[in-house]
Design a protein around this ligand. Structure first.
Ligand code: ADP
Ligand code: MG
Length: 209
């Protein structure tokens, strides 16, 4: 299994955002994490990527425990957070070099060029991030998530706010990337799951339904 979630609960104060959630995702699967706003999708993804600790439960990613092997988990995971936080004043290459540096990668220059090609950023690659359309910004976010060639990709609503053409392009790209990775992709759109995923995990009010 690439992702194993067992009996995870998470509270924000008194409010339970996740209640005894369990699921697993096999190696190479592309799975939709489907649910309405407020269901707990982002919270679960933050736990899987070691951004937030759960209150209880166990999570393993690529065989590594999130408590004992957090660094290994982070090395195994590429994460595109909700709303794709980027630095608009940075150039694309500058930003991707920065991301590669965080992972301590060797041959950064070659890796940045390769990932620019993989995500289809080549025609825009000389620009600052702030100058890009939303679809191309998503590609930068995906490039950042892929730069260290992780086994697992966690994509939090990667197509939200895109126009129909951009949506189609980004879905195709995710499908192509998904052939070589384990992907968990959150959405509240059923058609997105049908377009990109092989199955869905449905969550509502913090519980798998
Ligand atoms: P989704 O991504 O499915 O929209 P979230 O995981 O963002 O859901 O949120 C689940 C619930 O937890 C919501 O009710 C939300 O308001 C609450 N929540 C999320 N983050 C916080 C936070 N940092 N502090 C307090 N409540 C939060
Ligand atoms: Mg969310």
């Amino acid at each position: 299994m690439s992702i194993e979630v067992k009996n995870v609960s998470k509270y924000y104060g008194n409010q339970a955002a996740l209640k005894d959630v369990s699921f697993s995702v096999g190696r190479g699967e592309v799975v939709g994490f489907l649910g309405p706003n407020g269901a707990g999708k982002s919270t679960m993804m933050k736990i899987i990527t070691c951004y937030l600790p759960p209150n209880s439960g166990d999570v393993k990613v690529a065989g590594h425990d999130i408590y004992d092997k957090a660094i290994k988990v982070r090395r195994s995971v590429g994460y595109l957070p909700e709303n794709n936080p980027l630095y608009p004043e940075m150039y694309i290459r500058e930003y991707l070099h920065f991301a590669a540096g965080i992972y301590g990668l060797k041959n950064r220059k070659a890796k940045v060029e390769k990932i620019i090609e993989t995500v289809g950023l080549t025609p825009e690659s000389h620009k600052r991030i702030g100058e890009l359309s939303k679809g191309y910004r998503q590609r930068v976010g995906l490039a950042q998530a892929l730069i260290h060639d992780p086994e697992v990709l966690i994509l939090d609503e990667p197509t939200s706010g895109l126009d129909p053409n951009q949506l189609e392009d980004i879905r195709k790209l995710i499908k192509r990337i998904g052939k070589k990775k384990t992907v968990l992709i959150s959405t509240h759109i059923m058609q997105e799951v049908e377009a990109v995923c092989s199955r869905a995990i449905i969550i509502k009010l913090g519980e798998i339904v």
